[in-house]
Design a protein around this ligand. Sequence first.
Ligand code: K7E
Ligand code: CUA
Ligand code: CA
Length: 640
Amino acid sequence: MKDVNETAVTATAGLARRKFLNTAALAGLTFGAAACAEKKSESPSTPAAPAAPAASHGGPNIHLKPGELDSYYGLWSSGHTGDMRVLGIPSGRELLRIPCFVPDPLVGWGITNESKQVMGTKADGSLRYTVADTHHVHGSYKDGNYDGRYAFMNDKINARLCRVRLDYFICDKITQLPNVQGFHGIFTDKRDPVDPAIDYTTRVFCGGEFAIPLPNAGTEDATKYRSMFTCVDAENMEVRWQALISGNCDLVATSYDGKLAATNQYNTEMGAHFEDMMGAERDACLFFNVARVEAAIKEGKFKTIGNSKVPVIDASRDANKDPKTALCAYVSVPKNPHGVNASPDGKYFICSGKLSPTGTVIELSKVLDWFDGKLEKLDDAIAAEVELGLGPLHTTFDGRGNAYTTLFLDSQIVKWNLDAAIKFHKGDKNAKYVVDRLDVHYQPGHLSATQGETKAADGKFLAVGCKFSKDRFLPVGPLHAENEQLIDISGEKMVLLADHPVRSEPHDFIIFKPELVKPKQVYDLDDFPNAIKDPAQSGVFRNGKKVTVKLTSQAPAFSLREFKVKKGDEVTLILTNLDKIEDLTHGFAIPNHNVNFIVNPGETASVTFRTDEPGVYWCYCTHFCHALHLEMRTRMIVEA
Ligand code: K7E
Ligand code: CUA
Ligand code: CA
């Protein structure tokens, strides 16, 4: 923690007390929830008493009138609830939860055969996993802005990447990364590094945080463990290649020209215990030269690991010392950095120091110069390294040259100007790079401005995910909601507009304009190979002990009023919703058989279950659809 103390000495006057208190808290417990909880009641930055409600400020009205629509979509990760959430911004209203990695009883995710196929099953047909931990959501791009095709999200627990189609807002593919544990950062590429015609996303980069033995074995000696950086094909969702690195990966960023993919690294030390991960004063941000990596793979310069057929290249420090042939560049950044974010002008990546109170501005053209042998010292790509406050984690942008960084320990957002920071770093000590500071409630992680991860950053609103809400909402027992706060960033000063409780615990999110997506509300029957397109095709079709029940729904009836099966059958029930009216969804529940799922307009879904007990089972519509919704039923008669 030495550098924190040292920089505290040179702190600007206004920050001194805050720094002192935080530094004291840090010294005991390093960076962690316990440390910040401890100092909360003492620190001026995190008042124990509820803060006064935001005064009226003449800013934008975020309390939409009934029937008024939001002006932005937000896609939120959900942490260890495993889904993706859709919020309207600025209202903060939750519009949808998209089940991805874990079962969802509302839609029958993990119950229908179609969703199980996406999620992955064991040999016996049961789900491979029912837990996940989602952190980062990023959209597919075209020409530097979202193109509304896909969003991607990670599962840290089981090293999985999921893809959500942004026409139907459903998860359609999940890929598990080989050779990786603790898959944390992800980012979509923004164009191809070589082919100018490909000005859209074709790759997703994934950072492996935890080092493991490769291939994995029960080895205790942690010096033998390694981490990987992975590239997944955005279209077929297959793993294209992996890169073996020195140290580990945390957050990931990509450049607007498609040439560079980067990951921050906090464990340069390759330590196995937290104290071992803090020895070095500087860790690194790794820049992969995507074109070179893929050329090397084409030339066969790779190996494979264990059962995996994925080509693995060597991006370790030792193998990449010569800039002319290096696949990866290790730019040094201070102590255990966390977020790395791309500025919308395409020029810089900002690394947040986490255990160092600094933000590091890395100039991408200089990194490319190094790869071309034109920059002698790689660290000369650092355009600025300036003090921001304690516990900097993530950065977003307003498109007007300003960056906004969360300060976890200070419970603040700091707004700072990139050009001024660069001037200050070059020696102009009169350059005032800090524009504003705003207290948030409390302990912020990610933040994201409207369109902030695109060339079209518009600097209107900013949302910040506060990890602790403490006193901001009515108490509901020990588990607190998190506090997603909304901030007006359209002016010089940031203005806190609203608190929104969210169920634990989202991390990252993106916010974009509604016109960038074209949601479809009714499925095409032809999207489903097993669709029952005509109620006349309904019936019970037996093949030994295997029975297929085909039926359709049209409010307020199912096409079969009853159907008969036998005890001990393996029943596959296929249901097509022939209603083609927007918002006319039906449900289908079977008592005592653990079956419930929905079919949206035009959708087909199927379930497979066994009939163990003879009896009558009233299958009914669980999703309110019609005045006769309660009457919408059919009987499953299981004969002995
Ligand atoms: Cu900072 Cu997983 Cu993006 Cu959480 S990570 S906050
Ligand atoms: Cu159909 Cu309710
Ligand atoms: Ca470290």
